[in-house]
Structure formats: structure tokens, C-alpha cells
Design a protein around this ligand. Sequence first.
Ligand code: NDP
Length: 360
Amino acid sequence: MSVTISRRTALIGLAAAAVDPFAFARTQKDKPVGWAILGLGGYATNQIMPAFAAAQNSKLVALISGHPEKLTRFGAKYGIPESHRYTYDSMDAIASNPDIDVVYIITPPATHPEFTLRVAKLGKHVCSEKPMAPTPADCQKMIDACKKAGKLLQIGYRSHYEAHNLRAIQACRSGELGKIQSIRSDHGFNIGPGQWRTQKALAGGGSMMDIGIYSLNALRYLSGEEPIEVSATITNPPNDSRFVDCEDTVDFTLKFPSGLIGHGTSGYSWNPGKNRYEVVGSKSKLVAELATGYYGNHLTVDGKDLPVVENNQWAAQMDHFSDRIRHGGKVKTSGQEGLRDIRIIHAIYESARLGKPVRV
Ligand code: NDP
């Protein structure tokens, strides 16, 4: 299907170019950006793939999976022709598929670096899910590989594109709340046993990498500052098989250059879970709960609802990257953004291990 459309588009463009030399370039710039999804797991199939229906300039054109059965099932569901379905073994052929502009990597974190290096080398832009990678060195490799290939890199921090979070950032920056005096963010849930998320080799860590990263990232985007020092404590419940290889509860503080202290938590054994942040300013207090959910985010200021028109955060995230691919400009949640979080998470681990504050 996409091949037919792209040939037709090319023919229309060439015909137009006969009368207007800039017309072909214009049709290419206006063409939706073609996305391939790599890794057809829960997040890809339940959130990302359905979101293309709400996207303006991003189009799902290809699938990459380790399971041929998934390629058949989701290929049929989304109208992806067999020529645009790949396994990890056959995916090098994407290099010669002009319909694919970007590959969205939605696999366990430890696999992000290898897939990113591979995709960049194949000449495609990369969007990688969070957490970017297990270590700062891995993140740097991903940044360097995309730079070397002349390709853009986006990290899937959907909250940066979500309407409530954007409104909360505006409230923090505009002075609406007064001077920010205290800020905290809590994210945790109760994880089931036997998942890759509790295996350090695939997840890079435990709750902090997977869900605590929302607390950390929110403290950074709400304050608009980068921490200079962290202090952290980690506790694991005894005799719980889920936490032999990864951390459960993390309690951390971030010291910002202005003197502001950010307080964050993360947990994998919390039932019920928590998804919340709170900013206390000299004039008003903002509370978000849910703060970074898929749906149902809600803001109050001094106890009163702050109305926000919902948006499709996944479509907004993909459309932003598509726009940067077509028209240039800075990627909002770049590799540098992903790297900053991973550096701080490692400082959090180090502080908990040493039992003292660590400079970032
Ligand atoms: P799943 O386990 O549901 O899916 C992961 C998929 O990755 C698998 O189905 C598989 O796809 C592929 N894969 C490739 N290599 C491996 C491997 N070695 N082990 C296991 N799976 C592999 O995970 P999620 O979809 O929940 O998470 C994937 C990524 O998305 C993670 O980085 C996670 O942190 C992130 N995520 C982000 C969210 C957000 O809100 N931004 C929410 C949820 C997840 P296949 O069978 O097709 O090969």
C-alpha cells in the first residue's frame, strides 16, 4: 500500500516539477514521515500503534519483530504489506525501503543501544523508548552513532508532549505559582513476578529506571533546573523474589543550583500505586494526580481544578519528531535529555550505595 502511494506521490511530484522546479521538493516536505515500529510488545501495540490514527504528519509504514506471528497479526490489522514486515534477522533491508524515515525502538532498555546503532547505520532516524539505556556510556554511544550517521534521535518522554504536563510547566515558569519553594514527585506501582523489568541485565536497574524516571524527569522539567547533587536511600522488602536483582523503593533528593530541593520517590511494591507531583510556590500550590498517566491526568491549584483540554500525547510526540525530520530544528526530548536522566539515576544508585550525597 505505502509503496503504491509513494510511487504515485513521486510521479505527481515529477510531473509538477516539469512546470515548477520546486514542486517536487515541496511534495516531499509535505509527505507524512514514515515510521517503523521495532518490538511489538505491550506499549507498542496498545499505545503507540493506535496513536497513529490521531497523528498529523506521522504514518505507520513498517513493522519489525522477533515473532513472525505478530508481524502477520499486526500487519493485517494496520494494513502493512508483507514487503514492509521485517524480523530482527531481515531488518537490514529497511536501508533500501524509502518509505521508512524513522524506526521507533520499543524494547527492553538494554537492547536500545544495539538497535539504535544498527538503525542509524542503516540510514534511518531513531526514536528510542525510555529509559534511554542502562548506562551513561551506552547513551553516549547512541548519541554518537546518530550524529555520525547524520540522523536525529528522540527519546520517548511522552509527558513532554502531554497537555497537563505542558500546563504545569507553564504554571511553574510563568510566575503563576510565585517563587517555587518546594517540589516533589512520586511514581510507583506493584509489579508482577517474572518480568524483564526486574532483571537488571535487560532493565538496567529496577523501579528507578522504569517508573522512578518519571519522578526524576518531572522534577527537572517542572523546576527548569539541572541538579548539582543527589542523596538517595534504597530499600528492598526482605524475602521477595522480585527484588533479588533490582531495587524496589528509592527515596531521593535533588539539590538544584538555585537552592531548591526536589524530593522524589519510586517503587515497585506499592499497592495501590502512586502517580503524583506537587509544586509549592510562594503564591499557590499545584498538585497533579494523576500526573503522568496515559489518560486521566488532573491538575489543581490551591485545591481548585485547573482545566486542561486533553491531547493525544503519543501522536504529539511522534508528530514533533516528524516535524523535526522534515523541517529541521531542535528535538525536544533528544538523546542529551535521555543521557541526563541516566547520569542522575547512576548518581542516585551511587549515593544509596555510599550512604552520602553525590555530585552530579
Ligand atoms: P514488553 O515486554 O511488553 O515488550 C517488549 C518487546 O520488545 C517484546 O514484545 C519484543 O517484541 C521486543 N524485544 C526485543 N528484544 C527483547 C528481549 N531481549 N526481551 C524481551 N523483549 C524483547 O515491554 P513494554 O512494551 O512494556 O516496554 C518496552 C519499552 O517501552 C521499554 O523501554 C519500556 O520502558 C518502554 N515503555 C514506555 C512507556 C511510556 O509510557 N513511555 C510505557 C511502557 C513501556 P517482539 O516480540 O515483537 O520481538
